[in-house]
Design a protein around this ligand. Sequence first.
Ligand SMILES: NC(=O)c1ccc[n+]([C@@H]2O[C@H](COP(=O)([O-])OP(=O)(O)OC[C@H]3O[C@@H](n4cnc5c(N)ncnc54)[C@H](O)[C@@H]3O)[C@@H](O)[C@H]2O)c1
Length: 481
Amino acid sequence: MSDTMPEKNNDIENRPGRSRAPASRRDFLAATASAGAGMFLARAAAAQDDAEAEAAAAPAEASAEAPAAAPSADDLNVALIGMGAQGMVLMNACLKIPGIRFKAVCDIWSYSQRRGSGTLRKFGHEVNVYEDFRELLDTEQDLDAAIVATPDFMHAEHAIGCMRAGLHVYCEKEMSNDLEKARQMVLASRETGKLLQIGHQRRSNPRYKHAIDRLLRDEALVGRVTHGYGQWNRAKSEDLGWPNRYTIDQATLEKYGFDSMQHFRNWRWYKKYGGGPIVDLGSHQIDIFNWVFGSNPKSVSASGGVDFYPDHEWYDNVMAVYEYDTPQGTSRAFYQVLTTTSNGGFYETFMGEDGTLVISEVPQRGNHFLREAHADQERWSQLAKNGDLVKYEEEPAAADKTDVLLDVRVSKPLGAWDLPIELNKPVHQPHLENFFDAIRMGTPLNCPAEVGYETAVEVLRVNDAVELACKVEFKPEDFVV
Ligand SMILES: NC(=O)c1ccc[n+]([C@@H]2O[C@H](COP(=O)([O-])OP(=O)(O)OC[C@H]3O[C@@H](n4cnc5c(N)ncnc54)[C@H](O)[C@@H]3O)[C@@H](O)[C@H]2O)c1
């Protein structure tokens, strides 16, 4: 393991007593939401022009020694449940957001506890550390929100428990590896009136919003989008291990639902805990299909198998074809996830009659539109003048040419036009900011539970399509809770 660990840890012994803050704090925060929002906005705005803003945009590691902002009455008090790889990513993104104060963290693994709490203390967040999330909820009385980044099979229990305890929840995707549990999460959010943001972070990414909402939707820049394509190809890899001294005893593993350390570390590959690569990776991009087509699919066919890693339960490669009913007719989208080749990495492509969008969370893999030769170049140029596109390459001459040897018309290469927006912060930060803005100011969530549920349905059903070796048809009511 390459991660470094803090040398000392007194976390477990340092269990907190009852709350140190008045129980009425949450009511106070709710009652003063607009005043708090004003103060928060003022602080955020003040930060825009100074070095704090620059520091906030820099990688967490670079500013690890930066002094933390002093606690303030209008901070949102947050608990983090699950401090593995993704919990740390979310934590680092939160550390760049003004007005967020970590008060408690929970993880069943001492390794994660030490790494996570050590990082937070470096940034001046004095957190109480728990192994069991129920103890955290029983003890901590001044929390506003929880971030859940545990393995998928625990999301429902953790998210629902937190909402019932009065907390707003940011829960990582996939909502669950079990649709009934995902449904219960939606219901709990409605019943408690608590926000539940699902971690499909592309929904808040300004590059995606500009490309999809502004250019594909509002401007209909590529006309009718007839096809989508997405892939996540990843090189072959060994299973994850663990340092011997951090082996969790069998009784504790079983207490938290894990059969073994191998399962605990590699939960994604086993049916009890996760949904396999199509869910783990594909869910991000299949979620974008929905956004672009503005509807849920009517069917999915898929092929896949456990073809390379004989000791895993979930399919290590899946190819799926979705059909969408759009107001303009049927559109299809192909998705593949491969775990034995990194060829092409991960990106999404949306092909329309007048052009194509190529986009990836990593801009180097896709950050542009391609114009079909017949599409109105004047219009695209006008959008570039308005700052909606950046034309970075001279387009080829107007006429197609004919290849005399093959006697076929050779299509002109397409012109490429960049997206004008850069995201100068970690990719999860805007989605977390959207969640915190929703708590403070009532900003609509970009991925509320209902949207996360729709994506969970269409992603989890791919595994059914593989198993049944047939086309799975969706009914509109399948997506409704
Ligand atoms: N949005 C994204 O881009 C993205 C990226 C990676 C992972 N994820 C999601 O984040 C979640 C976590 O993934 P990961 O890669 O960090 O996994 P991980 O195995 O690295 O970390 C999981 C952590 O949860 C802890 N844990 C397990 N059971 C627990 C329990 N009952 N209570 C408290 N802690 C518990 C583990 O000890 C571990 O520290 C998954 O749902 C995954 O799908 C999202």
